[in-house]
Design a protein around this ligand. Structure first.
Ligand code: NI
Length: 164
């Protein structure tokens, strides 16, 4: 199982590199990421969260199959935005509303190096946007007001000190 990095780790703040080689190693990584996401009851997991500064993420929302996105880019977003309560496996135990576009159009590559385009809405659109942020070193708490962010982070730190 892959180790999931948590808030405070520098890798979570790195801008990820484009993937150029589509090989068995990449496939093994993506499969391990899906396993780790499932093991932690997550619905999305991005490269930097497992210490890999590369542009890939996986997600699996209810009533859907596990999905793998290599070198993804959001190429369109709806005007309409929505608040939705987000959490993150790298900031476990805390949640907060984040406002994002309701639907998106995404372009990415498969594990086989084939480009594809897709539209997403609902929870899938939400997770994709959250994971895309990870590839730029952005966390969901960065979307909150300063005051709200401080509250969420201090709650997280309190929870962590209780756990360890
Ligand atoms: Ni996250």
């Amino acid at each position: 199982m892959l180790n999931i990095l948590t808030l405070g780790d520098d890798v979570l703040r790195k801008k990820c590199a484009t993937i150029a080689i589509f090989d068995k190693k990449l496939e093994d990584l993506a499969v391990a990421m899906i396993d780790s996401m499932h093991a932690n009851d997550g619905i999305g997991l991005a490269g930097p969260q497992v210490g890999v500064e590369k542009r890939l993420f996986v997600c699996h929302v209810p009533d859907d199959e596990p999905r793998i996105f290599i070198n993804p880019d959001i190429i369109g977003t709806s005007q309409e935005t929505l608040p939705y309560e987000e959490g993150c496996l790298s900031i476990p135990g805390v949640y907060s509303d984040v406002v994002r576009p309701k639907s998106i159009t995404l372009q990415a590559w498969t594990l086989e190096g084939k480009p594809f385009k897709m539209e997403a809405e609902g929870l899938l659109a939400r997770v994709i946007q959250h994971e895309m942020d990870h590839l730029k070193g952005v966390l969901f708490i960065d979307h909150l007001s300063e005051k709200k962010r401080q509250r969420v982070v201090s709650l997280y730190e309190k929870r962590q000190s209780k756990v360890s």
